[in-house]
Design a protein around this ligand. Structure first.
Ligand SMILES: Nc1ncnc2c1ncn2[C@@H]1O[C@H](COP(=O)(O)OP(=O)(O)OP(=O)(O)O)[C@@H](O)[C@H]1O
Ligand SMILES: [Mg+2]
Length: 403
């Protein structure tokens, strides 16, 4: 509420005394903490402020800071060997704020990769920090003593979680869901096909628009929910299915496998920008120690540089990253090169790409170009983006990095 007041030009607010520290996080706001309405009246009239009993602070139990966040910051991409293709996909996703689907058999590194994404993201911008702090304040998880949040959040709800806990809701005051608490960070949905159908359905809005509308009895509230969504899934419910008959030890029935796959190819998957299939771990054991894997710090520097390019290009716009840029505006003001656009058009006419798909490829092409420090995405960037989008392996030349 203080944030909203500041946006409307209000420069001073009265709040209950226990919330004064939290309200004071809003820049350029003078905050007066009070214990009673009589105190408010006295301050406004310039009279002597009467004494009053202290206001009980919110129960400390609501301040459930998640300690797991620190553990995640220590995980490093250098621990993962091989998986060059997926590492590149993660770098692109982080640089442009694109949604990502990782599929692969048990133990192929899906969870390990997803947990390392926050570590390659730069610190939150001042705007993001305020928005996220406001969401956490609403959720009752903001600790004013710890100050403003500066690192991107990581939220990984279990697949049994209710729609209210993931999307938002509740019976009293609106509780932001995990999609909002992952704002400006990462929302990781591991074993995505096992999530409840109503949750999967409701994820379409945040995936598409970066906000979420929580409807309650007689009102609806729209909250920001602009995090990167990372989905992980196995090839089948038991996780052991392999297209290679020599490796296949799957025990699922065909119908189970089909139901599982249908969830992955539904409307939510259509809103995902990047699809990566991870090979089983054993296949790459032999090459694993030939090359030194890059650290999160090295990858993070390129991600930050690519984000700086985007911030400069989109200065004054309402979005910051390629992944959030509106399609029509991109086509009009930030087009692909002729050759690049021709490649997209060809697929559109063939039916190989939907309109929504074409917009996502356009955004992705920009992120690939930003990582390569190019002024405009050309045919190479579009081809890389197309492969990322449809889950085809990248060619070696596409993995080369500009440092
Ligand atoms: N590329 C890799 N290099 C080194 N270790 C790896 C790699 N991929 C996975 N591992 C290790 O294998 C183990 C399993 O990985 P992880 O949990 O990420 O797999 P998963 O794909 O999420 O599997 P599941 O489907 O069972 O959830 C972890 O201990 C991880 O450290
Ligand atoms: Mg896993």
């Amino acid at each position: 509420m203080v944030l909203a007041a500041a946006e409307r030009g209000v420069r001073a607010v009265f709040v209950p005394e226990p919330q004064a520290d939290e309200a004071a996080m809003v820049p350029d706001m003078s905050v007066i903490g009070v214990r009673s309405l009589a105190q408010v009246v006295a301050v406004l009239r310039g009279e002597e402020v009467p004494d009053a009993d202290p206001v009980a602070p919110l129960s400390g139990a609501r301040l459930l800071a998640w300690r797991g966040q620190e553990r995640l910051e220590e995980l490093d991409l250098a621990d993962l060997l091989g998986v060059d293709d997926a590492r590149y996909a993660v770098e692109v996703a982080a640089a442009g704020g694109h949604h990502l689907l990782l599929s692969g058999p048990k133990g192929s590194g899906k969870t390990s990769l997803a947990e390392r994404i926050p570590g390659i993201l730069p610190d939150l911008s001042p705007d993001e920090s305020l928005e996220l702090s406001a969401i956490c304040s609403l959720a009752g998880t903001l600790d004013p003593a710890a100050g403003m949040l500066t690192r991107p959040p990581f939220s990984a709800p279990h697949h049994d979680a209710s729609k209210a806990s993931i999307i938002g809701g509740g019976s009293g005051a609106v509780q932001p869901g995990e999609v909002s608490r992952a704002h400006a960070g990462v929302l990781f949905l591991d074993e995505f096909p096992l999530f409840r159908s109503d949750v999967i359905e409701a994820l379409r809005q945040p995936l598409e628009s970066g906000d979420v509308t929580v409807a309650r009895r007689d009102e609806s509230v729209t909250l920001p929910a602009r995090g990167m969504v990372v989905l992980a899934c196995n090839p089948c419910p038991c996780g052991d299915f392999s297209g290679d008959v020599r490796l296949n030890t799957c025990t699922c029935r065909e119908v189970q496998r089909r139901d599982y796959r249908n969830k992955v190819t539904g409307p939510v998957a259509d809103r995902v920008d990047i699809v990566r299939h991870l090979p089983p771990l054993r296949k790459r054991d032999a090459v694993a120690d030939l090359e030194r894997a890059e650290t999160s710090a090295e990858v993070g520097r390129r991600v930050a540089a690519a984000r700086t390019r985007q911030a400069e290009r989109y200065a004054g716009e309402s979005w910051r990253l390629n992944g959030h840029a509106p399609g029509p505006v991109l086509r009009e003001r930030w087009p692909l090169t002729k050759a690049g656009q021709a490649a997209v058009d060809e697929l559109l006419y063939d039916g190989g790409l939907s309109r929504r798909g074409a917009t996502r490829v356009h955004r992705l092409s920009w992120t690939v170009a930003d990582l390569r420090r190019l002024d405009r995405p050309g045919l190479d960037e579009v081809e890389t983006a197309l492969r990322l989008r449809v889950g085809e392996p990248l060619l070696l030349r596409m993995l080369e990095r500009v440092s």
